[in-house]
Design a protein around this ligand. Sequence first.
Ligand code: HEC
Ligand code: HEC
Ligand code: HEC
Ligand code: HEC
Length: 372
Amino acid sequence: MNRMASFCVALAATFAVPVCPLSAATAADARRGSEFFRTQYCVNCHAIEGQGGKEAPDLGQRFDRNYTPAGIASRMWDHAPVMWKAMSEKKIPLPAISADRAADLFAYFYSVRYFEKPGEAERGKHIFQSKHCSDCHSLTASGGSGPGNPVDHWESLADPIVLVERMWNHSDLMKGEMATRKIQWPQLTSQDLDDLLVYLQNLPQTKNEKLAFLLPSGEGGEALFKEKGCVNCHKGELALEFRLGDSTLTNVAAAMWNHNPQMQHPHPQFTLPEMRQLLGYIWAKQFFYTKGDVARGHKTFESKKCATCHNDSSSGAPALGKPSEPYSAITMVEILWKHGPNMLEKMQARHIPWPQLSQTEMANLIAYLNSR
Ligand code: HEC
Ligand code: HEC
Ligand code: HEC
Ligand code: HEC
């Protein structure tokens, strides 16, 4: 762990609130991201879901829903030189993208892409049975009576957050019933959760419900995190920003379900809007904290020639390390747009090709830079 991170852990433990990194300011907002995308001319070249310019990749098509923050950062990084050239030809000024705006953009990309690559109903059906859900829940009221309500009586299955909110609020009852029946608390992956959702949404009796996914803004989430007692355990070693690097929203949801038995009982109850705020908040926090492998990142730093300039004070490149904010997927986007064009020029002068970085390489590099 780097100095900044351990400092944050210490602070978090002292004040019993997650104070770092940048947590107070973190409220990624998809709507603001969409606004930025329009006003900064991104939309002149890029369509999202078919709307907008045609000459650059449709960003709604390209990002699959399992993208991670490091994945987006790596794609922007890889394509930046071609994009800058296209921008300068069109006399579009390069935008400054601060870390906050990058977080908004990520949230926006995430929401527009949401239904593109749905789970598989067939797998979901299998999970509903193999994870014992069907032991207690029939699909229709006439399908037999378990202790749990039949699926066609569930309130709504519009999106995964709804499912999680329902599951969370009823988990005390479920836990009791499971104990009676000697069923172990089932563990679900995020893919399981997606598949389950698609299966449950497409049953004859639920099929006609209108689906809409709204990426939650994390606004208010931090207050809930305190009020509902999450912060009593999730500080210091258990602080979520250090545990959930590069997760999708369904990863977070699945983690909450899986760790249910370890959390306090009875559970605090959440309304649906509160669950949205809470998940939005937890999800956005990790933009500012990327998990990666320091040793591998070190190798990438060498093999992609970053070291050629950054470890040589005569090259004119700044020595990296001890940043005032820890490096993360979103600060890498900020850096890319701020320092990238100049860096590209220097690379061209030295015949170093613009390094291409995979999602994993990006995450590892970030971890390495934070450890320097
Ligand atoms: C002048 C046209 C133009 C503008 C304006 C523009 N882009 Fe691009 N962008 C491109 C092109 C062209 C590519 C593909 C480059 C390549 O193929 O390597 C691209 C690629 C990308 C990619 C990688 C997509 C992938 O394939 O995964 C991202 C992300 C991206 N742009 C984001 C943005 C954002 C955010 C903005 C606004 C701040 C923006 N772009 C503005 C032309 C543009
Ligand atoms: C041992 C029995 C049992 C098992 C196994 C079980 N549940 Fe439940 N479930 C219950 C009970 C009891 C309730 C509370 C009564 C109710 O609201 O249905 C409940 C409630 C729910 C609710 C809220 C229903 C509503 O009315 O909105 C959802 C959603 C749910 N369970 C999903 C699941 C899923 C998904 C699984 C499998 C991973 C599962 N349950 C496994 C017993 C069980
Ligand atoms: C009584 C202590 C306690 C409370 C209160 C609590 N949790 Fe947890 N939580 C845990 C423990 C213990 C783990 C499991 C950590 C592990 O796997 O080692 C966990 C895991 C998690 C994880 C998964 C983290 C990971 O490492 O994958 C999430 C997300 C989470 N909790 C969210 C919440 C939220 C949201 C609240 C408030 C509604 C909350 N927790 C309240 C103790 C608690
Ligand atoms: C050809 C030399 C060269 C190479 C190769 C190079 N850089 Fe740079 N880098 C620079 C220069 C010069 C700057 C300062 C640009 C400016 O004027 O803003 C810079 C700036 C940066 C910054 C911003 C530093 C700050 O002050 O915030 C980071 C982070 C960075 N580079 C990371 C990398 C990584 C990661 C790689 C490898 C994938 C890399 N660089 C490869 C020359 C290089």
